[in-house]
Design a protein around this ligand. Structure first.
Ligand code: ZN
Length: 74
């Protein structure tokens, strides 16, 4: 969840990043605008997850997430 001052993990409530501070952790940000074929047509939803909650979440999936090694472009 993103507020003016900080980003909070929606699952555990941990502060992931505070405004003005150097980011020390990466996190998942999801934004979804639901469309006509959903029951949430016209709604936009957003959430943020810290890495450990992300890891716990993907472990509950029947099909594992795909992983690729990426080379960082500097
Ligand atoms: Zn968390």
């Amino acid at each position: 969840m993103k507020t003016e001052e900080k980003i909070i993990c929606n699952i555990c409530g941990k502060v992931i990043s505070e405004k003005g501070a150097i980011p020390t952790a990466d996190y998942l940000h999801v934004e979804k605008e639901w469309g006509y074929f959903s029951r949430k047509d016209g709604q936009k939803q957003e959430f943020d997850l810290c890495e450990s909650c992300y890891d716990a979440w993907v472990k509950t999936m029947q099909v594992p997430v795909t992983t690729q090694e990426v080379t960082e472009l500097v």
